[in-house]
Ligand binder design. Structure first.
Ligand code: NAD
Length: 509
């Protein structure tokens, strides 16, 4: 652990705010504890209100010069950030594992995602396209252009302590915005390590402080100031539905923009014509990967009655073979939950499911003994559930998978869409008609819909996000860049007359 922290320049106590380089903060000391063994990894001196003010003002000032740099040159900076991240990929991946308990492959995968985003952003920097339109007036030209928006606030959840920042920040950077990051206080060290690397690149290029800032602080003091600050025109917030609802109301009150990436409750439909082997592998990765702590985690499997028993048996067999333990060990496939509170939430969900007519088929135990002394390890749980059990509509951020039986595909789609969240979805079938029905407007109501691909593990090239209570935001690929810019529609009259639109005449007769 010491070597990882040393390689990333993380000291025993780090400052919880920076404008590029760290600033001296004045809040309380926060212990950062690893869910792997409950031991302290480091400490962070939280930012207070005044520290927050310095970070925001610096981002406001830096915006004036950053927005003037040509976009492809800004792209070159993100290219260099990508190279710097590549050099530290292993250490950063290991820090993600230490801080949030992901297995090593997933920790490194998350850093790879940030590297991919840097590459993507380089290309995007030359593709901030606007449309041109034909004017209805003669000798007029109309087009739209996109300008930088301002300092963008990025709030991230604990479970993707690196990738979500990169989805937002690297695109916002090429769009000409400065970025202020408020990472989860459960994972501030990964954020600080990333900021140190990015700042090295900015400094090498002689760029001013404030282009990439960060602030770790108490929710009531710093969090509220952050979301209510009119100098931050866009707040991109990733986290629970409750958090999103609160932030959306606060930002809307000041007529700011939000990009919300909130909780999911993702389902896989497995039809009688599914390739069973493919379905089982995808469901196990989707439900057990990251210990069930992904927004895209598979939480419900809706199975045709003819193959229900076969699929259930196959899943139970796979669940019993999952190696659980230290996520830094190569053989481990499932690490701990983020903290004991998450374990309690899982236990309380399991007792509710029993009261609501469900039945636990396997797993759901809290592991004890020396290897599991942090109290954060559980076995992944498979349950049978009535489709209308209230708990099935909730996102319990833990590895619980509900199995639901169906007779017709229309019934399956009805169960599928009956939850308030709308992030990721999948169907496993080899029947083209079933697949197309699922993808049609009569099918899945989610932001992501897959065929023979599980619900988790999206690629960066697509726009990522979900509908309904998931918040409606889109990040990462496709045209997600547009939210980080302001659109301007321009009309130019290059003639000597002044015709009005809609044929209106406004002159004395
Ligand atoms: P959380 O809602 O507890 O916290 C998320 C972030 O919001 C943290 O940084 C937290 O400090 C901040 N926050 C909370 N209240 C705030 C306030 N009033 N003002 C400012 N900031 C505030 O979520 P979590 O436990 O860290 O993460 C798990 C949740 O995130 C799950 O619901 C998961 O589905 C969701 N998530 C969604 C996506 C997505 O892309 N849709 C991705 C990852 C996680």
């Amino acid at each position: 652990m010491k070597a990882i922290l040393k390689n990333l320049g993380i000291k025993g106590t780090e400052e919880g705010g920076g404008t590029g380089s760290a600033i001296r903060c004045h809040g309380r000391l926060l212990d950062v504890v690893s869910p792997i063994n409950g031991k302290r990894i480091g400490r962070v001196r939280l930012a207070d209100r005044k520290d927050f003010e310095s970070v925001v003002q610096c981002a406001v000032d830096a915006f004036q010069s950053w927005k003037m740099m040509p976009a492809p040159k800004r792209g070159d900076i993100t290219r260099q950030i990508g190279i710097a991240l590549r050099e530290k990929k292993e250490d950063l991946g290991a820090l993600v594992s230490l801080e949030v308990g992901k297995i090593r492959a997933e920790g490194e995968g998350e850093i790879q995602e940030a590297i991919d985003m840097a590459d993507f952003a380089v290309g995007q920097s030359r593709m901030l396209y606007g449309l041109s339109m034909h004017s209805e007036r003669p000798i007029h030209r109309m087009y739209e252009q996109w300008h930088p928006l301002g300092p963008v606030g990025v709030i991230t959840a604990f479970n993707f302590p690196a990738a979500v920042w990169s989805w937002n920040a690297l695109i916002a950077l090429v769009c000409g915005d400065t970025v202020i990051w408020k990472p989860s206080s459960k994972a501030p060290l990964t954020a600080i390590a990333l900021m140190k690397i990015a700042q090295g690149v900015l400094q090498k290029n002689g760029l001013p402080e404030g282009i990439l800032g960060w602030v770790v602080g108490d929710r009531h003091e710093v969090g509220e100031a952050f979301i209510n600050d009119p100098r931050i025109p866009l707040i991109s917030a990733t986290g629970s539905v409750a958090m999103g609802r609160h932030i959306s109301q606060a930002v809307s009150r000041r007529l700011g923009k939000t990009l919300l990436e909130l909780g999911g409750n993702n389902a896989v439909i497995v039809t009688a014509k599914a390739d069973m082997d493919l379905a089982v592998r995808a469901i196990v990765f989707g439900a057990v990967g990251t210990a069930g702590q992904r927004c895209t985690t598979t939480r419900r499997v809706i199975v045709h009655e003819d193959i229900y028993d076969e699929l259930t048996q196959a899943l139970m067999k796979a669940y019993r073979q999952i190696p659980i333990g230290d996520p830094l060990k190569p053989a481990t496939l499932m690490g701990p939950l983020i903290d004991r509170k998450a374990v309690q939430n899982m236990q309380s969900a399991l007792s509710r499911i029993k009261k609501q007519g469900g039945r636990i088929l396997c797993g759901g135990e809290v592991l004890s003994g020396k290897r599991f002394s942090a109290g954060t390890y559980v076995t992944p749980c498979l349950c049978e559930a009535p489709p209308d059990a209230p708990i099935v509509s909730e996102e319990t951020f833990a590895p619980i998978l509900y199995l639901i039986r169906y007779k017709t595909l229309q019934e399956a789609i009805r169960y599928h869409n009956a939850v308030p969240q709308g992030l990721s979805s999948a169907i496993f079938t080899t029947d083209m008609r079933e697949a197309e029905l699922f993808l049609s407007q009569m099918g899945s109501d989610c932001g992501i819909a897959n065929v023979n691909v599980g619900t988790s593990g999206a690629e960066i090239g697509g726009a990522f996000g979900g509908e309904k209570n998931t918040g409606g935001g889109r990040e990462s690929g496709s045209d997600a860049w547009k939210i980080y810019m302001r659109r301007q529609t321009c009309t130019i009259n290059w003639g000597i007359e002044l015709p009005l639109a809609q044929g209106i005449r406004f002159e004395p007769v």
